[in-house]
Design a protein around this ligand. Structure first.
Ligand SMILES: [Cu+2]
Length: 269
């Protein structure tokens, strides 16, 4: 919805301290930030040479009913280019999809497809979603590498937003702590070297999850916020002299400054 303005350039023209009050980031809609959708990978720079989509991962909008990664938007066709060898995120069989919305459009449904089969749907009945939306989807019937098409169907327009998320389901390898409830995880359980007398159930092999998840960008101390950075939940940044901590892993883009997305994405400290 709304005009497609090249706001990255527009924003760059603004002076640093400019109060973006009226700004109300136009043309900002939403995308799947975790596991990273293809557009998220482009925005973070994990996949290069994506073209315009890297600046507006939230803009893959097209008519409802499509099954394409690019929403039929020619300038975003790279998203449908399977020759790009999109990296697949290793996840458990229960996956939590996180959407970051910058325009909270009234929503009919959120649909998830694999190979043309609808594997999950969440009906919002026309309600307005929060700025961050999470869905837990059981993908245990689809092990291995899969391309999930996640669709956000808007209630009051004929359009939808499209995301393709490449996953390696059940691929253990730590990956995101995806809260993974039950999930009958391949309990390769480190066969606790603990001696027999296992009287104490030693509540699970310290699932304190090695959150180290490699990548782990610095940011810790509170480096200056910047666009194009893949922030992880809990990261701290400074923006216009104020420190913020992010509530949601996401790739930052111009127009999503902490001062604008306070509460939705960033909590002032
Ligand atoms: Cu919109």
């Amino acid at each position: 919805m709304r005009r497609k303005i090249a706001y990255p350039l527009l924003a760059l023209g603004m002076t640093a301290g400019a109060t973006l009050t009226v700004a109300s980031p136009a043309s900002a809609h939403g995308y799947v930030s975790s596991p990273p959708s293809r557009q998220a990978l482009c925005a973070s720079g994990a996949v290069s040479d994506c073209g315009q989509i890297q600046f507006e991962p939230q803009s893959v909008e097209g008519p409802k009913g499509l099954k394409s990664c690019d929403g039929g938007v020619s300038q975003f066709s790279v998203l449908s280019d399977e020759s790009r060898n999109w990296p697949a995120k290793a996840v458990g069989s229960s996956v939590n999809f996180s959407w970051v919305l910058t325009a909270r459009h009234k929503t009919s449904t959120w649909d998830y497809f694999i190979g043309g089969t609808k594997v999950a749907t969440f009906d919002d009945g026309g309600a307005q979603p929060a700025a961050v939306v999470n869905h837990t989807v059981d993908l245990s019937k689809f092990p291995g590498r899969q391309k999930v098409l996640a669709v956000w169907n808007i209630a009051d327009t004929a359009n939808a937003f499209y995301n393709c998320v490449d996953l390696n389901i059940g691929g253990s390898s730590s990956s995101t702590p995806t809260t993974a409830p039950t999930t009958s995880a391949p309990t390769t359980a480190p066969t606790a070297t603990t001696p027999p007398s296992a009287t104490t159930p030693t509540k699970a092999p310290a699932t304190t999850a090695p959150t180290s998840t490699t990548t782990a960008p610095p940011a810790a101390g509170g480096s200056a916020w910047a666009p194009g950075v893949s922030y992880k939940t809990g990261d701290v940044v400074t923006f216009n002299g104020v420190r913020y901590q992010t509530r949601q892993s996401h790739t930052s883009i111009v127009s999503w400054e902490p001062s604008i997305y306070t509460l939705a994405l960033w909590l002032p400290l």
